[in-house]
Design a protein around this ligand. Structure first.
Ligand SMILES: [Zn+2]
Length: 295
């Protein structure tokens, strides 16, 4: 395993790093993107501040909730309140377009490459921006799907109609009781298809995507590949970060690129193969794209 020595590369020579990044892209035939919440934050999906205030100020006043992230853990007394919160959260973070075009720009950067995306994001931004569905693996679920909270069967259900109805018909932070979503098999309340614990439903689509991802990794072993890690935080490193480090260490022809505002680091073992940029992801993607289009 890797040593605990992590190098936090300073960006004294920021232009050098950008140049190396562009070279790595030029040379690579294959790009494996690993994306975390930092990418959606860079696309404008901020969970706090102005955006939170705009859509949730009533919840702040009544319950003292300070941002969208912590609101997800609030112990609401009733399902009517719970779904008033969650329908709004899902609507504004899953069904509306991203505030800016970061994902579309990223698509432009990788579209001529053999690419694949592994992501912990559940906001559907990759699909909405034109990424090929067959090149995506959403390991942690999707805000746009319901599953049975009792885990009684392994199926998921599109929730757009239900969510929009809850958003439209809620009053004083409560939805009408008859809109509470129920499992068609056992009648238990539905919940979001998100990996919070062992009750996460992995349906056929999930397994198909997992198989495609495994196959992609296997097929490109030893090739000139760029592991492009975008906005992956330290909460669940076993899903993207650690596997990317391991695959980089195993393949001398590969390059590991980590772009993360405030949290860009790399273990010493793969430092020579790594490019680490502590900057806003959107800014870097825009620069890479400008270089690509001016060639
Ligand atoms: Zn059920």
């Amino acid at each position: 395993m890797f040593s605990r020595t992590l190098t936090k590369k300073s960006m004294k020579n920021y232009l050098d790093e950008i140049g190396r990044l562009q070279d790595a892209f030029e040379r690579a035939d294959v790009v494996l993107i690993g994306a975390g919440s930092g990418l959606s934050a860079s696309a404008g999906f901020s969970y706090s501040g102005e955006r939170f205030e705009k859509y949730f100020s009533d919840f702040r006043q009544k319950y003292g909730i300070q941002d969208m992230y912590s609101g997800g853990f609030y112990p609401f007394d009733s399902l009517e309140e719970y779904w008033a919160w969650w329908s709004r959260h899902i609507y504004w973070n899953r069904y509306v377009d991203a505030p800016n075009d970061t994902y579309e720009k990223l698509m432009e950067v990788v579209k001529d490459k053999d690419y694949f995306v592994l992501t912990t994001n559940v906001d559907h931004c990759f699909q909405k921006s034109g990424f090929d569905k067959k090149r995506l693996f959403y390991t942690q679920g999707d805000y746009g799907l319901f599953q049975c909270s009792k885990f009684c069967h392994q199926e998921t259900y599109d929730n757009e109609t239900a969510i929009c109805a809850m958003v439209e018909q809620q009053r004083d932070m409560q939805i009408p009781t008859e809109l509470i979503p129920r499992c068609p098999q056992c009648g238990a309340p539905m919940t979001m298809n998100l990996r919070c614990d062992e009750t996460f439903v992995q349906d056929e689509g999930w397994y198909r995507a997992k198989n495609r991802y495994d196959e992609f990794v296997r097929r490109h072993e030893g090739m000139k590949i760029v592991y492009l890690e975008l906005g992956v935080g330290g909460n669940t490193p076993v899903i993207i970060k650690y596997p990317f480090w391991r695959m980089t260490a195993k393949n001398p022809k590969s390059t590991y690129i980590c772009i993360n505002y405030g949290e860009a680091y790399v273990p010493d073992e793969i430092r020579k193969q790594a490019i680490c940029i502590d900057e806003d992801i959107r800014k870097i993607i825009v620069e890479v794209l400008r270089f690509k289009n001016n060639k």
